[in-house]
Each structure stands twice: as structure tokens, then as C-alpha cells.
Design a protein around this ligand. Structure first.
Ligand SMILES: Cc1ncc(COP(=O)(O)O)c(C=O)c1O
Length: 342
């Protein structure tokens, strides 16, 4: 839905390619990527593998597919995976790990969408008892979507990786917003990735590309992921047009994520000063707002020109991104305070 003057805070996925990005897409050298012959896809994959310090990276259509490939490449049917109870694959990926992978999900508790090492250790099942579903993969979300955009630090990843290593299971990072975590903590993406067997990130969220994610890891796992990508219909042909947008985003848009975080902070500060309540901290670009009757409040806000999602009966979510200016953020705070406080 597109209206002039309308501010869209539903998600950072609504970002549109800039004129420079469109130019890079139009000028991309392309080939058939299913045959491994698209030079721009190959350049993106090599660049992403370098950035993350991994042997190999694979360009895939979405974050959902990146997570799914990580799970099915590292766990066999009947095995179990550990995820936070608010994790995106647990809530919003159609139960694909069960449908496609035949995997059991063990959801874990933890503040702000983060898992503590003791919680992870206590949930691992490794047993010869055939009653049980052995755990083979644990996944961490960084930043946490339903946890309010919270970040792990590299040290926290190291402590969690010590647990997965000790139990002989694999560690995956759903880094849909890994670059937000990197910008917010001052760490490099590789500082997180070095503790994980596989890691993915999305180009299509705050980085502003129209589509695409990257999954990275060791050669053998990525070879299996490549097989599953084809099996699931994720092999794209002249995908260099999309990869060019991703390369452009990595080159030109990463630092701008700090601006999104600053605008989210300013929006929250303005509303907090007027007495609005927030159920979670907002360290990056995602702000949850506590509002009784959230679906009706979202409809009233949309009527007043600001779109957000009601993510529960008493919770709204506003996500800041590169298509929201300083003026938009200030106006959104005004509209919120008028609609919510009267
Ligand atoms: C944390 C997280 N993981 C994975 C995804 C899935 O990404 P996609 O929408 O590209 O499938 C999202 C999307 O919002 C997300 O927030």
C-alpha cells in the first residue's frame, strides 16, 4: 500500500532499491548461476565468505531459505534443533523444519530473545536411548527480532559455542540482521561468525536490497546446502542482477544502519518522555510499544499515516530503516502520541 506522506514502519523489508543500486543491478555481468556461471553471484559469495571468515558462501532467495538450508544440511530427520522460543524459524517460517527436514524443535526461554549457555547446555540431548530425539544443531538469532533487536556480544557467542562444541553439536547463527548487531556492538561480522558453524544474513532488510540472503560455512556443509537449494527450487539463473544489489548494499549501506538505530532511539525517547511504555529495550532498529488493544491501535495509526504491525494483543512493533528520514521519525512520534495518548 503506497500513499504519499505515508510512513511505513512495519518492517525493514519494505526498503526499496536506490537509484545507484538500480544502476548497479542494470549493469551487472550475469550468467547461469545454477551452472555456477554468474560472475556477480560468485563475486558476492566470495565477498561474503571473506567478510564472515568462512570457506564458502551461498546466495539464496530469502532468510527463510538460508535458515532452512542450515538446518537440513546439518541435521537428519528425527533429530532435534534448539532455538529460542521467540526465534523466527519457530514462529514465522511455516514449520518448514518439520515439513521439509523432519526435525523436532526444542524451544528455549531467555530474556530479549537470547539464550544463556546454561539453558542451552541443559536442553541438549545426546543419547543412545532410541526413545529420544538427539540434538544436532542449536541456532542463535542476532539481532533478535521478537526480542526487540537485542544483540549478542562476540563473547556471549564464544560462551554458547563452548557449549555446542562440548556436546558435539553444530551452531547456526540466524543473522538476518547481523550487520545491525555488528554496527551496534562495534564488532566485525566475522567476530560473531567465527564461533558458528554456519551463519546467514539478509541483504533485503536494513541493507536495502530487493531480495536475497547469504548462508556461509564450511565447504562440506555448503555443498549439502547447495544441493538442498536446488531441491527446494531456490536455484536462480541470471541472479547476478540481484547479487549486484547485495554487493552494492554491502559496499554502501552498512554504516547507515547506525542512523536507523539513532532514529529508533529518538522515536522511543520522544514517546517515553510522554509516558508511553515499552516492554523491551530497543538497542538497534526494532521498537516494541506496549499498547492495550494493539490491533485497533495499529488500524488508527494507519489511518493517521503511520503503518506498524500489531505483534500481539497489547504490543506494536515499529522498525526503522533507510527509507525513514529524521523528519519521518519525528512525525511518527507525533502521530503515535496523538493516537495513543489523545
Ligand atoms: C530474524 C529473522 N530471521 C529470518 C527472517 C526471514 O527472512 P525472509 O523474510 O527473507 O525469509 C526474518 C525476516 O524478517 C527475520 O527477522
Amino acid at each position: 500500500m503506497d500513499r504519499p506522506g505515508f510512513i511505513d514502519l512495519r518492517s525493514d523489508t519494505v526498503t526499496r532499491p536506490t537509484p545507484d543500486m538500480r544502476r548497479a543491478m542494470a549493469e551487472a555481468a550475469v550468467g547461469d548461476d545454477v551452472m555456477g556461471e554468474d560472475p556477480t553471484v560468485n563475486r558476492l559469495q566470495d565477498h561474503a565468505a571473506d567478510l564472515l571468515g568462512k570457506e564458502r558462501a551461498l546466495f539464496v532467495p530469502s532468510g527463510t531459505m538460508a535458515n532452512l538450508l542450515a538446518f537440513v544440511s546439518q541435521a537428519r530427520p528425527g533429530e532435534s534443533i534448539l532455538l529460542h522460543q521467540d526465534a523466527h524459524p519457530f514462529h514465522y517460517e511455516g514449520g518448514n523444519v518439520a515439513v521439509v527436514g523432519g526435525l523436532l524443535t526444542r524451544p528455549l526461554p531467555g530474556a530479549q530473545g537470547k539464550v544463556a549457555p546454561e539453558t542451552l547446555a541443559a536442553a541438549v540431548v545426546r543419547s543412545g536411548d532410541h526413545h529420544l530425539s538427539n540434538t544436532t544443531v542449536a541456532a542463535l538469532e542476532n539481532t533478535t527480532n521478537r526480542g526487540g533487536g537485542a544483540c549478542y556480544t562476540p563473547d556471549e557467542f564464544a560462551a554458547l559455542a563452548a557449549v555446542t562444541r562440548a556436546h558435539g553439536i553444530r551452531l547456526h547463527c540466524d543473522g538476518a540482521r547481523l550487520f545491525n548487531a555488528a554496527v551496534a556492538t562495534g564488532a566485525a561480522p566475522a567476530d560473531f561468525a567465527r564461533h558458528c558453524d554456519t551463519v546467514c544474513f539478509c541483504l533485503s532488510k536494513g541493507l536495502g536490497a530487493p531480495a536475497g540472503s547469504v548462508l556461509a560455512g564450511d565447504e562440506a556443509t555448503l555443498e549439502e546446502a547447495h544441493r538442498y537449494r536446488k531441491l527446494l527450487g531456490g536455484g536462480m539463473r541470471q541472479a547476478g542482477v540481484l547479487a549486484a544489489a547485495g554487493l552494492h548494499a554491502l559496499e554502501h549501506h552498512v554504516a547507515d544502519l547506525a542512523e536507523d538505530h539513532r532514529r529508533a532511539r529518538g522515536f522511543r525517547d520522544a514517546l517515553e518522555a510522554r509516558g508511553v511504555a515499552f516492554p523491551l529495550p530497543s538497542p538497534t532498529n526494532i521498537v516494541y510499544i506496549a499498547v492495550p488493544g494493539a490491533p485497533a491501535a495499529a488500524a488508527a495509526l494507519a489511518e493517521a499515516g503511520v503503518r506498524v504491525f500489531a505483534t500481539g494483543p497489547d504490543r506494536l512493533r515499529a522498525v526503522f530503516h533507510r527509507d525513514v528520514s529524521d523528519e519521518d521519525a519525528a512525525r511518527a512520534a507525533e502521530v503515535f502520541s496523538r493516537v495513543l495518548l489523545g
